[in-house]
Design a protein around this ligand. Structure first.
Ligand code: BES
Ligand code: ZN
Ligand code: ZN
Length: 498
């Protein structure tokens, strides 16, 4: 789909489908849509007769039964003006785009005249284009009868010439963020028989080449040379060798000592190891690299949109499998940072890979702030469901930046307590730490386990086990991977520009 912006005065290229956003208190005369009288009276008729109340989420298609464009108008209810926010716009546009696609429409336009007084122009156009990009996605690459994409053009109509710059800036940002989210979804949806650690590393390299960040890939021998003992323990039962993926982007050479480190969990499959999962628990475990997908997606947007921040992203990618060479419950293992770990459950593997990645990003890449993002615990789903990402942090200011980023993209976050008492739960009698904290506060103890390796650096831990996967299509989300984290991490990095 190609996006355009167009001044209301230019009459050429009418789209087949016209979107009109409608508030409960909107008056057609006030919308300044520059439509001819025939269309205006059709809309008026529909508003009077069809019981369209402009409630948030309501859609009304008006078929004009003619060959010239517009062929139909979709009225999009967005509720009361005072309750308006960007996420309502995002969800409603997605719904309308899906409706237009089901009507086999090739082109859409929307006049944003009645939205401009409510939000910044670039926010509005970013949200619309991001939503339209995300709404189109479906994971159908392995289906023989996949449907061709029908929508070709999306035009945003504006009223004043001096609005053009902000409008185009927003459109560009929205497309890139939408694509970053879809890249993350595509990586997560790819099954584990295709997406091995080697293939994930290649996909990261491809993303880096296309968007302009540097990618370095470490093979098993180099990982051994780095002494990443905990990571290697998890990886060693698999026939697919591990890879350490390092991505670098220097957006602020003046402050070259300030580096934000992003660490994504990259388990391309998690059987649970000898603490084996049930089939029902295992069947979606191709998604256990959702954190890796989020950081790769975020890096594409950070680079393409030239964020003024230095960012390094690291993924310690492997498979948690079973063989004669598996690590076992009861083993005591080392780690790159030197701490010893008693393994009490081989299914709590993510944290073992993450601590070495965190250690690497601080010691070797000199990250001064660390964010880790991981499909880490089932417990976060019990606590927060699939709506909200659970967060553990050691720094109020850093968390406040994440909250700000979360408001912009509506990827919801909630901070969990991290009192010292919880740290007692991961102390081992026979080693420095144990890899599970028992049945209580599982998300917090998993987070704090990683926190043991961040030192004094400001740190955010994002548990996306609930939010990275969706059981159904809804709004701009599709069944399967949600791409959670790609847009959120981009906006977090943007917050750190200031
Ligand atoms: N990858 C899982 C967490 C997960 C569960 C992600 C459900 C997505 C959906 C992780 O490696 C895991 O198995 N965690 C265990 C930890 C436990 C053994 C302490 C869990 O949550 O059960
Ligand atoms: Zn596991
Ligand atoms: Zn896992």
């Amino acid at each position: 789909m190609i996006f355009h912006s167009k001044n209301i005065k230019s009459k050429n290229n009418e789209a087949e489908t016209k979107f009109i956003t409608y508030f409960e208190d909107s008056k057609l005369e006030d919308l300044n849509l520059s439509l001819d009288n025939e269309l205006l009276s059709k809309i008026k008729f529909t508003l009077d007769s069809e019981g369209f109340k402009c409630k948030n989420g309501e859609l009304q298609n008006i078929n004009l039964f003619r060959n010239e464009s517009p062929k139909n108008i979709i009225l999009i209810g967005i509720g009361k003006k005072e309750d308006f926010n960007l996420d309502k716009l995002r969800k409603n546009i997605a719904k309308a785009v899906k409706e237009a696609a089901s009507l086999k429409s090739k082109s859409i336009d929307i006049n944003i005249g009645n939205l401009v007084s409510l939000m910044n122009l670039d926010e509005i156009t970013r949200t619309i284009s991001e939503s339209a990009v995300m709404a189109e996605y479906k994971f159908d690459k392995y289906k023989s009868d996949k449907k061709a994409k029908i929508l070709e053009q999306f035009t945003i109509i504006y009223n004043l010439e001096d609005e053009l710059e902000s409008i185009d800036k927003g459109i560009n940002e929205g497309i890139i963020l939408g694509q970053a989210n879809l890249l993350a979804r595509e990586l997560v949806n790819e099954p584990a028989n295709i997406l091995s650690p080697i293939e994930l590393a290649q996909q990261a390299k491809k993303a880096g080449d296309e968007s302009g960040f540097e990618v370095e890939i470490f093979d098993e021998a180099s990982i051994k040379a780095l002494n990443m003992q905990a990571f290697l323990e998890v990886a060693k039962a698999s026939a697919n060798p591990p890879r350490l993926i390092v991505m670098r982007y220097n957006g602020n050479p003046i402050k070259k000592d300030e580096i934000v480190g992003l660490v994504g969990k990259g388990l391309t499959y998690d059987t649970g190891g000898l603490s084996i999962k049930t089939t029902a628990g295992m069947v979606t475990m191709k998604s256990d690299m959702g954190g890796a997908a989020a950081v790769i997606g975020a890096m594409t947007a950070i680079t393409k949109l030239k964020a003024k921040v230095n960012v390094v992203a690291v993924v310690a990618s492997c498979e948690n499998m079973i063989s004669g060479n598996s690590y076992r419950p009861g083993d005591i293992i080392g780690s790159m940072g030197g701490k010893t770990i008693e393994v009490l459950n081989t299914d709590a593997e993510g944290r073992l890979t993450l601590v070495d990645a965190v250690n690497y990003i601080i010691e070797k890449e000199h990250a001064t702030k660390v964010v880790d993002i991981a499909t880490l615990t089932g417990a976060v789903i019990s606590a927060l469901g699939t709506t909200t990402t659970g967060v553990v942090s050691n720094n109020d200011f850093f968390y406040s930046r994440l909250e700000q980023a979360s408001k912009i993209c509506d990827e919801k976050v909630w901070r969990l307590p991290a009192f010292d008492e919880y740290k007692e739960l991961i102390k081992s009698d026979v080693a420095d730490l144990k890899n599970i904290g028992g049945p209580k506060a599982g998300t917090i103890t998993a987070g704090l386990f990683i926190g043991e390796f961040v030192g004094e650096n400001p740190w955010l831990h994002l548990d996306i086990a609930g939010t990275s996967w969706s059981e159904k299509d809804s709004g701009y989300e599709s069944k399967g991977a949600t791409g959670e984290g790609a847009r959120l991490l981009y906006h977090l990095i943007k917050q750190l520009e200031k």
